[in-house]
Design a protein around this ligand. Structure first.
Ligand code: C2E
Ligand code: CA
Ligand code: CA
Length: 706
């Protein structure tokens, strides 16, 4: 009847109310007057009163009920039930305590409750949206695919990141265990299922899987899956849920790192780590099968010198070629690796001694084939040391140590050979260790002595200088040869304090001889490569010379070509400083090293000492004679003084004189002796005996060149 939204009466509704009121009035009048009343007037007046009464009643109802109701309905109409917020309806005036007032109060209570609920709901919704957003961000940020398998409802779900990780759009993959299974690498699936079953049987909550899945492009993607098992009260799984992440890049980096840590960068051969692993595996296998395992160490002979003369780059190229050739000799079924520098190692498992020796010979043979360097052939040789399990040792470290000891023996024998480890080698290694200890103590107790060997003019036989040589008296008598203890001193670094003692002693001796009024001749000290590694030696020499007030020309240093092995530039610079200081520099053992004439030109040297090896068989050995003459010729051309070492015979002396050598040194005149032994000796006679200048034949004195 009433438009509830607008609260207004339509005309038709008003007409219906009017007709109803009129009909009611007529009916009420007829009832009151009776149907047969002919009194029209009284009927009309009755009808009029009744109608008036009806209209008053309608108007009163309208004012008292309908209008407040319409007000309430209007107030309700503007309230949006979908919008949160507290709204109230005003109680119509004068109806505070009647039914309408109560109705409004109830409605307000209802609205209030709704508003509170709504507020709570929107707060929840907001929180939910936020947490969902956070979860989504987290998933996106970690690029993880989240998945869920509900075993009870058989519902399967995964987040869009799951298919995305494999390059699929979300609708391209149906979330289902069968889809997942079809994408897992067939090699990985059995392991996954095994692990999965084991974990499900247990009581654990989570476990991790790493496996490969095929991506849309067909490439294999490494994934890490963290699985959460949700169990029911009986401990049976009712739901699996997990986070899957693409770890391909990480896996690749890990693989790369692992490769780098187990392989040699230059040759890509297994490095020491991997070799030790493989050896350990081979030993375990051999223990089980009662087999043998051989460790073959191969070391290129004189590689340091080759390295220096051809340059590091070319030497690296050589090592790569070696790495390419050796597998032919070792065989693909065995392990070949590179330990460091020019050291290669082969591990042969399940082989007998004849096969081991055959393999060693094959390795030596491929090494002897010429290597091409700048289109020129270069000949190399190598040495091999072999240790065998179980005869020589039972563990990795000892086997490798023994192979190393064996290689030293092979090298000591001149190289280009192989040696099986023997127990004597172990004795040798122990003896060396003892020597190291003894040398240390000898140094502490100042037991090392410096002796002097004269250098003599080939013509006048006058002493032109001395070479200072170390002597180490043995406890039980005799002396430990320098060739035995100098290499140990060099290896252990003891050569630095020892070298300093030599310098100090030689300078002091020069001072003593000066005080004694002896004609001043230089003393040459041997300086090893280790001492020439930094400026300390230059400073120390200059300081000692100053301390004893010596002319720098009275000190000479003898160096071998090996000083040039490491840093040529720096060594040359240091030598120049020494030369500028006035100290003489001699190349020792010339002819035995690799150094080229090009080097000689760059070095600030004044003297060449021809190695004893060339002198020994003079004058009968034609080859040595030619070589010695050639060295003397080159030396002269470079303006150097020439000193022959190890002169023992008159024949050698005569040859050297004729060939144009300047000085000589050797047992013909004197071995190294304590300084006191030379008191009063300034020259020798032709028989090599100490003599006075006065008795020297005049003819020779005329020929004197020095
Ligand atoms: P080197 O510098 O070549 O010394 C010459 C060696 O030849 C000395 O051996 C000397 O005794 C020996 N010799 C001299 N004349 C003859 C001869 O006529 N016949 C024979 N057969 N040998 C002769 P030594 O004293 O045994 O020294 C060996 C090496 O030890 C030296 O070779 C040198 O390299 C090293 N050395 C000796 N003293 C020192 C030192 O103070 N410092 C350094 N760094 N090395 C030293
Ligand atoms: Ca020397
Ligand atoms: Ca020498």
């Amino acid at each position: 009847m009433i438009d509830l939204i607008t609260g207004t009466l339509s005309i038709r509704q008003a007409m219906r109310i009017l007709i109803a009121a009129v009909t009611l009035s007529v009916f009420a009048t007829l009832v009151r007057l009776g149907p047969f009343s002919a009194d029209t007037y009284s009927f009309a007046s009755n009808f009029a009163w009744t109608l008036l009464l009806g209209l008053i009643m309608v108007a009163t109802f309208n004012t008292m009920v309908t209008r407040p109701l319409i007000g309430i309905i209007r107030a309700l109409a503007v309230i949006n039930p979908l919008k949160a917020g507290l709204s109230t309806i005003a109680t119509p005036a004068g109806h505070e305590n009647d039914e309408l007032g109560h109705l409004v109060a109830r409605l307000n209570l209802l609205l209030g409750t709704m508003a509170v609920r709504d507020c709570e709901r929107s707060r929840h919704q907001e929180a939910l949206a936020k947490s969902e957003e956070r979860l989504r961000l987290a998933i996106t940020a970690t690029r993880s695919g989240v998945w869920d398998i509900n075993l009870e409802t058989r519902e399967h779900w995964w987040s869009p990141e799951f298919p995305a990780a494999l390059g699929y759009a979300p609708d391209e993959l149906v979330p289902a265990p069968s889809t997942w299974r079809s994408l897992v690498h067939p090699d990985d699936l059995p392991d996954i299922m095994k692990k999965w079953d084991a974990r499900v049987q247990g009581t654990g909550k989570t476990f991790r899987l790493v496996y490969r899945m095929r991506s849309k492009s067909g490439a294999w993607v490494w994934v890490k899956d963290r699985v959460l098992i949700i169990r029911n009260n009986e401990g049976k799984p009712r739901r699996y849920t997990g986070v899957m992440r693409d770890i391909t890049a990480q896996k690749l980096a890990e693989d790369q790192l692992h490769y780098l840590s187990t392989h040699d960068r230059l040759t890509n051969l297994p490095n020491r780590n991997l070799i030790q692993d493989r050896l350990a595996q081979a030993l375990a296998g051999a223990c089980a099968s009662n087999g043998k395992v051989a460790v073959l160490f191969l070391d290129i002979d004189r590689f340091k010198l080759i390295n220096e003369s051809v340059g590091h780059e070319a030497a690296d190229g050589l090592l790569c070629t070696v790495a390419e050739r050796l597998p032919d000799a070792v065989g693909v079924s065995h392990t070949l690796g590179r330990l460091n520098g020019d050291e290669f190692v082969a591990i042969l498992a399940g082989v007998g001694e004849p096969e081991i020796a055959r393999c060693a010979r094959a390795m030596l043979a491929v090494m002897r084939e010429p290597f091409m360097l700048d289109n020129r052939p270069l000949q190399l040789t190598a040495s091999i040391g072999i240790s065998v399990f179980p005869e020589d040792a039972a563990d990795v470290v000892a086997l490798m140590k023994h192979a190393d000891a064996a290689i030293n023996q092979a090298k000591a024998g001149g190289g280009n050979s192989y040696r099986f480890y023997t127990a004597q080698m172990q004795d040798h290694a122990l003896a060396r260790l003892a020597l190291e200890q003894n040398l240390y103590e000898a140094m502490e107790r100042s037991e090392l002595e410096l002796w002097y060997q004269p250098k003599v003019c080939v013509h006048t036989l006058k002493i032109l200088g001395f070479e200072a040589l170390l002597r180490w008296p043995r406890a039980g008598g005799g002396y430990v040869p320098p060739s035995e203890f100098i290499p140990v001193a060099e290896e252990t670094g003891l050569i630095l304090p020892i070298g300093d003692m030599v310098l100090e002693t030689a300078c002091r001796q020069l001072g003593v001889w000066r005080e004694a009024g002896r004609r001043a001749v230089p003393i040459a000290i041997n300086v090893s490569a280790k001492q020439l590694k930094n400026r300390a030696l230059v400073d120390r020499i200059s300081e000692r010379l100053g301390y004893y007030d010596l002319s720098p020309g009275l000190l000479q240093i003898e160096i071998t070509e090996s000083v040039l092995l490491d840093d040529v530039e720096m060594t040359v610079a240091l030598l120049r400083e020494l030369r500028d200081l006035g100290v003489g520099i001699a190349i020792d053992d010339f002819g035995t090293g690799y150094s080229s004439l090009a080097y000689l030109r760059r070095l600030p040297i004044g003297t060449l000492k021809i190695d004893r090896a060339f002198i020994r068989d003079l004058p009968d050995n034609a080859e040595d004679a030619t070589m010695t003459a050639a060295i003397i010729g080159i030396g002269r051309q470079l303006g150097l003084r020439l000193v022959a070492e190890g002169v023992e015979t008159q024949g050698q002396l005569a040859f050297l004189r004729a060939a144009g050598c300047d000085e000589m040194q050797g047992f013909l005149f004197s071995p190294a002796r304590p300084a006191e032994d030379f008191a009063g000796i300034t020259h020798y006679n032709t028989h090599g005996n100490p003599a006075n200048l006065a008795v020297l034949p005049p003819a020779r004195a005329v020929n004197a060149r020095a």
